[in-house]
Design a protein around this ligand. Structure first.
Ligand SMILES: Nc1ncnc2c1ncn2[C@@H]1O[C@H](COP(=O)(O)OP(=O)(O)OP(=O)(O)O)[C@@H](O)[C@H]1O
Ligand SMILES: [Mg+2]
Length: 373
């Protein structure tokens, strides 16, 4: 990731974005240039490469949440799984508390996994139906030797209390619990190893709205009490505003924009972020000024063209958007955007206000200038 100087953006020497990000607390997770490619058949005899994630770079500080949003198939779960090496990344580096997660043997990885856990979307799918729930939570305690064997059941009861379950639930099977209770078991299981990082892959999307709210409160409370770092994957921008101060927007495996939630959701710079917010009923001042509707289908992730992934659908596309790889560039400290027009023109005040296709739009000049304080 590179950065542009808001004062002298066009000829500024690129420096790393990470160096510019305000870091209140030490970094827990650092992901650099992560990529995941899947070989796929494209014809009877031909094979191609599905790009599920590429050039994914971000970090998460202690006690911080980074939300990862994007439409279905944008690569959110792939990034999550590659971070934990549940899927082997094709390229890139991941470190947790400064120690490598990538490039280490499985035996070492097993120990490192104690410090990073995942909560899955569908609690019932992620819990073995033949095990009583207390054994599901006890399993990681045994596996990683967190407490002496004789103390395991007591520790499980403690974890149940932490996530708002009671001792009556201990001896039940997953199907004998409600969806919300199942997800609490999933969270207790994830917390058993006292992780530094929890990857939450749409942890509440399978639940009723009222249960969702309870779980989000629980996650927030646990984060404060345990100083947990979260990578929080969601479709729901309203949840992003509640749980996360920073958000990364993914489209066809690329981060299109990454920055403070209140800035990205109220003054989005990348056209994809604008469209995503336009399509979402979140109350934000920006939405009243401009709506963007993307036309056409997303580009295929199989052997995608070299330029911007959004180019075939972008109302502001120019030939140069298709001609070259577009980097993710810091437009302000801690706010990075992947859009060459934004980087080269909007920051200069030269953005063409007339979209070429498919918007119901007001002029883009209404959107505050990136270089403005
Ligand atoms: N094992 C696999 N083999 C081939 N392609 C895969 C595999 N897993 C995922 N993909 C592809 O990678 C891309 C990203 O998928 P991913 O599941 O990460 O998306 P997502 O953003 O999590 O979507 P959703 O919001 O629907 O959960 C998709 O095009 C998907 O079809
Ligand atoms: Mg997913």
């Amino acid at each position: 990731m590179t950065r542009i100087d808001p004062e002298r953006h066009s000829d500024a020497a690129p420096v790393t974005a990470e160096a510019q990000e305000p870091q209140a607390s030490p970094e827990v997770l650092k992901v650099s240039n992560l990529a995941k490619y899947y070989p796929v058949r494209t014809g009877l005899l031909s094979r191609g490469r599905l790009v599920a994630a590429e050039e994914v770079t971000f970090s998460i500080a202690k006690g911080e949440t980074l939300a990862l949003v994007g439409e279905s198939g944008s690569g959110k779960s792939t990034v999550a799984k590659c971070v934990l090496r549940l899927e082997e990344p094709s390229a890139g580096e991941v470190t947790l508390n400064g120690s490598p997660v990538t490039g280490i043997p499985q035996t070492e990885l097993r120990h490192r996994r104690a410090a990073m856990q995942m909560v899955f979307q569908d609690p019932l799918d992620s819990l073995n139906p033949r095990m009583r729930v207390w054994t599901l939570v006890a399993e990681p305690l045994w596996l990683h030797g967190i407490v002496p064997k004789r103390n395991v059941k007591e520790k499980v009861a403690e974890l149940f209390e932490l996530v708002g379950l009671n001792r009556d639930h201990l001896d039940r099977y997953p199907h004998q619990l409600s969806g919300g209770q199942q997800q609490r078991v999933g969270i207790a299981r994830a917390l058993a190893t006292q992780p530094a990082l929890a990857v939450l892959d749409e942890p509440t999307s399978a639940l009723d709205v009222s249960i969702q709210a309870q779980l989000i409160n629980l996650l927030r409370d646990l984060q404060q009490r345990l100083q947990l770092s979260y990578l929080f994957i969601t479709h729901d921008l309203a949840l992003v505003t509640i749980l996360s101060k920073r958000v990364a927007v993914l489209y066809l495996g690329h981060i299109m924009e990454l920055g403070p939630t209140e800035v990205v959701l109220s003054r989005p710079f990348n056209p994809y972020t604008r469209a995503l917010i336009s399509a979402t009923p979140v109350d934000n001042p920006w939405e009243k000024r401009e709506r963007i509707t993307l036309t056409g289908e997303p580009t295929s992730p199989v052997d995608p063209p070299v330029g911007c992934r959004l180019a075939p659908r972008c109302p502001y596309v120019l030939p140069k958007c298709r001609a070259q790889p577009i980097p993710l560039v810091d437009v302000m400290p801690g706010h990075a955007v992947r859009c060459i027009r934004f980087q080269e023109e909007h920051v200069n005040g030269q953005w063409d206000p007339e979209p070429t296709v498919g918007t119901e739009s007001a002029p883009l000049e209404e959107i505050p200038h990136a270089a403005e304080p």
